[in-house]
Ligand binder design. Structure first.
Ligand SMILES: *Cc1c(COP(=O)(O)O)cnc(C)c1O
Length: 229
């Protein structure tokens, strides 16, 4: 099942890239493995997957310890400042930075470990009250502030789009995040030298790719429905 799902997702990504006139290499597939046991991740690893996304610190660290060291781990969930220290040096990127306090903690803990942590700024494009993330208009000043942080590299922007029946309904959200990214890049803020756009999940990653996503976070589409317990 896992193999078929991966084949299907890969095919969809290739087709979306083609429709958008983009190269397949421009898009990184993050396999969102939250709630799934280590054996299932190992199975995905054996099928060639090297990039995994997790949303809880303890779970990420446990899986990090248990699985091969050439895996790139992406922290995609809301992050509490008191837990930052557990993942610095282990994660490839933190997608969910949405406050100065969190950024300061990442800076401090990265300095302690003498490393630079890649981050994305999470943006609440749809302005949903239930969601984390910054308002669009606060992103540029925030990114400018972070440009003096020596142990943080701001790589781009991330959003979690609303749950919708029809993925077309989120196209506008993705367009808006892309536009914001282009605007900020135009400003040449110092340590903002990549342009990652992390957007699109199982229900809407194809539309997200058409609108410029460079990272898509796919869970259910790869691993099937999650069991919460
Ligand atoms: C769970 C999760 C995903 C994956 O969601 P699916 O709909 O299962 O693909 C993507 N991004 C974030 C931030 C998540 O928490």
């Amino acid at each position: 099942m896992l193999k078929d799902n991966l084949t299907k997702v890969e095919e969809n990504i290739v087709n979306a890239c083609e429709r958008a006139g983009r190269k397949r290499e421009e898009v990184t597939l993050i396999a969102v493995s939250k709630t799934k046991p280590v054996e299932v991740l190992q199975e995905a690893y054996d099928l060639g997957i090297r990039v995994f996304g997790e949303n809880k610190v303890q779970e990420l660290v446990d899986k990090y310890e248990a699985l091969p060291k050439d895996i790139q781990w992406h922290m995609i969930g809301h992050l509490q400042t008191n837990k930052v220290k557990y993942i610095i040096g282990k994660v490839e990127m933190i997608h969910s930075v949405d406050s100065l306090k969190l950024a300061q903690t990442i800076e401090k803990e990265s300095a302690k470990k003498n490393c630079v942590t890649k981050i994305l700024v999470e943006v609440n494009v749809a302005e949903e009250e239930s969601k984390f993330g910054m308002h669009m208009e606060d992103v540029l000043p925030f990114v400018e502030k972070l440009s003096t942080f020596e142990h943080i590299q701001v790589c781009g922007l991330m959003t979690i789009a609303p749950f919708v029946e029809n993925s077309e309904d989120n196209r506008k959200i993705f367009k808006n995040l892309h536009k914001l990214s282009v605007d900020i890049m135009g400003k040449n803020v110092d340590n903002r030298n990549e342009h990652v756009l992390s957007m699109g999940m199982t229900n809407d990653y194809e539309v997200a790719i058409e609108e410029g996503a460079t990272m898509v976070r796919v869970g259910t589409g790869i691993f099937g429905v999650r069991n919460y317990f």
